[in-house]
Ligand binder design. Structure first.
Ligand code: V4E
Length: 222
């Protein structure tokens, strides 16, 4: 299991040129469909747990516990506040275990036996999970080798563009160093602003599930 440390940013007409100027290397373009699942009452996302199927593979993102020693100065904590940190789980049995933990209170009488095949979706019904968001992203990826960061430029099919600078930290790895790499890269890209930039899901929910979006905002999950 690894922790994804990530800062989103708004792209503009100059972003590609700037990436080239700072020495970022394009490592490819791909397109992938995402389907996100939750209970009808949104029990997962209201706990900041995000279950998705991307190109046929299950993935779960849940908050990484923040180590209090991560940010030592005011500037560091400001930079850290612009980043998110999520554990990324890709093992299906582990995903099912985590999801079961959350939904067990809301589907007591249901049979929640799981399966380990990516294609067998019968566990979704047993855990009362339905698809609440579906969209496709075209992603261009770059690396900035001197910093060890990946930069993605995403275009979602509901016409939203967003960039992200990300570092994957292995379990128990140095999150502080990842935050510093992201901060240096953001400066090289000339990013200004001290507000978190909306991710694809924020914009999708705002448009398609405005009540749930408002609830997530009021619970400080988005
Ligand atoms: C963690 C999360 C969500 C799941 C989708 O995560 P995100 O990183 O936005 O998607 P994507 O496609 O870039 O995934 P990747 O390919 O990098 O794995 S949806 C909402 N959240 C929480 C969240 C948050 N609280 N704040 C921000 C700025 N983003 C996401």
């Amino acid at each position: 299991m690894s922790v994804e440390v990530e800062r989103k940013f708004l792209c503009n007409a100059d972003t590609l040129k700037t990436l080239e100027e700072i020495g970022a290397v394009c490592v490819g373009q791909r397109q992938f469909p995402d389907q996100y699942f939750d209970t009808p009452k949104f029990d997962l996302t209201l706990r900041d747990v995000w279950l998705r199927k991307r190109k046929g593979c299950w993935e779960l993102k849940c908050p990484a516990t923040v180590d209090g020693t991560d940010e030592t100065s005011g500037e560091q904590s400001k930079a850290a506040a612009l980043c998110t940190r999520y554990k990324e789980i890709t093992s299906l049995p582990e995903i099912q275990l985590r999801v079961k933990e959350v939904v067990k209170d809301v589907c007591e009488d249901r049979e929640t036996e799981t399966s380990s095949s990516q294609e067998d979706e019968s566990w979704l019904g047993k855990m009362n999970l339905v698809c609440f968001a579906e969209f496709t992203t075209v992603r261009r990826s770059f690396t900035l080798e001197e910093e060890g960061v990946q930069i993605d430029l995403d275009h979602a099919d509901f016409d939203y563009h967003v960039g992200e600078i990300e570092v994957l930290v292995p379990e128990g790895g140095d999150v502080q160093s990842a935050l510093e790499k992201i901060e240096r890269t953001a400066r090289k890209l000339g990013l200004t602003g001290d507000q978190r930039v909306e991710g694809k899901m924020n914009v999708y929910l705002k448009r398609n599930h405005p009540e749930h979006y408002a609830k997530l905002l009021s619970e400080h999950i988005l």
